[in-house]
Design a protein around this ligand. Sequence first.
Ligand SMILES: *Cc1c(COP(=O)(O)O)cnc(C)c1O
Length: 411
Amino acid sequence: MKPTGPIPPYFAADSDGMLQIGGRRADDLVAEAGDTPLFVYDMDIVRQRAKRLRAAMPEALALHFAIKANPWAPVLAAMAPLVDGFDVASQGEMDRALAAGMAPDAISFAGPGKRDRELKAAIVAGVTLNAESEGEVSRALAIGRDLAIAPRIAIRVNPSFDLKGSGMKMGGGAKPFGVDADRVPALVEAVIKGGGDWRGFHIFAGSQSLDADAIIDAQAQTIALAAALAEEIGSAPRHVNIGGGLGIPYFSGDAALDVESIGAALSKQLKELPNILNETQFAMELGRWFVAEAGVYLTRVVDRKISHDQTFLVCDGGLHHQLAASGNFGTVIRRNYPIAVANRFLADASETVSVVGPLCTPLDRLGDQVALPHADPGDLIAVFLAGAYGRSASPTAFLGHPEPIEMLVNA
Ligand SMILES: *Cc1c(COP(=O)(O)O)cnc(C)c1O
């Protein structure tokens, strides 16, 4: 038997032992959807988390949602009033952010390799470009001159530090993201001289950290870097996006972050700002922290089989929808996400099984040797933490199975 991650504290069963999601029975949700597999997102959980974060963070801090975590239009529409901005990383995401009703000047567009047509669309819309290179800045300025619009440009800085213990390192050393800090002052000068509307800095040091002290430390370094750059430029940035990196407990032994202690430390840092940043508006950008725990992936057992004394529950869902749970999205060692038999949520675990999907690859494994109550074909398996990096981060076309259904509860 191998351990599984902790089921988020928002979930319980009714007296039948049926998992409830947002006050609805899992089997009723499947009936309403008409089929499995199915992603269900409970927006009450997202609202609770947004409220908690607001209370924990300094009042002056803007909170942004990095929509790549879950770009489904109904999720974005529900998220828009909960946050101060959306961060996007493609024209497709930008179009979704605008369609969700987010104001253009509250959208920032990061990501390397922006094409001319993407730069043009952002400039026309009035979205801030988080420029990833000198080349991108010069193309944006040229496009702005052609259009007679001053492009809003923030510089994404590649910091010399990274967020310790983070799942995906995005800073420190040679990176395709951002501009090395020592070249940033000259680039800001080029933006201003070239007719751009310089908005500030975007400094993102990493993702998926469960170490509050490391996050606090990275935030202090980020603010110090922004101040040092501002001093060298001789001008204050209007906006500084300090990144995010707040992680989610996915695996056995993981503990949820104490966002209140991070907020307290950040409040102190913002109270003791270097003078040059006194008028600067700070923002934090988070993806998974808002939405991961709100999502459940429901898949039905199609077959139960034995091979070499091991039991396999073969399901209609798998890595083509939930790549992250299979351990093939940004993790080095495969570990089990929290998983349950949704219609036997209260039953004790009675056997060790592997929960696999229908794809012809040994990678398609939602649960590896997990302890579960006995399950047969027709039973429903719930994989938790499916609200972030689910459908949109999975190879849904691989092997030609149907797309998953997505559904909101408590919209
Ligand atoms: C992916 C990404 C995020 C969101 O990361 P989470 O771990 O989901 O919070 C935020 N900012 C940038 C620049 C990113 O690339």
